[in-house]
Design a protein around this ligand. Structure first.
Ligand code: B16
Ligand code: MG
Length: 216
């Protein structure tokens, strides 16, 4: 009964949503409209390109392809200013403890994130070396809710999808895990993530007895 774990990054291991928010808000303001924290919720787990489309819809702004490309670059440049200041103190509560638990049980884990900046972020918080593999926004052609990112993760783990457990904070990610036939664990609001097989408010609630139950 071998299992493996696939972790989403933003919202599960670290909270980079707050930095995405600052950078997207700056762009919206530049384009002449407001961008709120509620708007930012719509971008969680969503790819960078899709995020820009949603943002432009909110502002009812239409742009040429060239302008879109330009703003995708400048948004990411601003985002990177925040990311490069991140440190291990920004790891979300319970994440390191859960990795320790998995290590002690001999369970391998990989990353399954939509972010093209995922390797850099993991390096900033000193977790990069701990993962057996990284699947990020650079390695997929289809964004969540498409299961591609997690199916590649299963391959990296040398496991069948049914043997994989996914930790996700976004609706699109839970959907991707379910479509992949994996065990989905929603981290965050239970109502929002009601499609997940299991729900927890954060990783501090995920203890070793829960993991052991999943193995058996
Ligand atoms: P980047 P995750 C996602 O990370 C974020 O939740 C989402 O807001 C962001 O647009 C996406 O990564 C792409 O990020 O611009 O760095 O490539 O939750 O899948 O780890
Ligand atoms: Mg996420």
């Amino acid at each position: 009964n071998k299992i493996g774990v696939i972790f989403d990054l933003d919202g599960v291991i670290v909270d980079t949503a707050k930095y995405h928010f600052l950078a997207w808000k700056n762009l919206a303001n530049h384009l002449g409209f407001e961008f709120t924290e509620a708007h930012n919720e719509l971008l969680k787990g969503v790819s960078r390109v899709r995020s820009l489309e949603i943002l432009l819809d909110i502002g009812k702004v239409e742009l040429s392809e060239e302008k879109k490309q330009e703003f995708l670059v400048s948004k990411n440049e601003e985002y990177l200013k925040y990311i490069t200041k991140m440190g291990p103190e920004e790891i979300l509560p319970g994440a390191k403890e859960l990795l320790d638990t998995l290590d002690s049980l001999g369970i391998h884990y990989v990353l399954g994130s939509a972010s093209k900046n995922a390797p850099l972020i993991l390096k900033q918080v000193n977790l990069f070396e701990r993962f057996s593999g990284i699947v990020d926004g650079n390695s997929v052609s289809k964004a969540k809710p498409d299961p591609e990112v997690f199916l590649i993760g299963a391959k990296k783990l040398n496991l069948k999808p049914e043997q994989c457990i996914v930790f996700e904070d976004a609706i699109a990610g839970v959907k991707a895990a379910n479509t992949a036939n994996m065990i989905s664990i929603g981290i965050g609001d239970k109502q929002t993530l009601h499609k997940a097989d299991y729900n927890f408010n954060d990783l501090t609630e995920v203890n070793s007895s829960f993991i052991k139950e999943l193995i058996n």
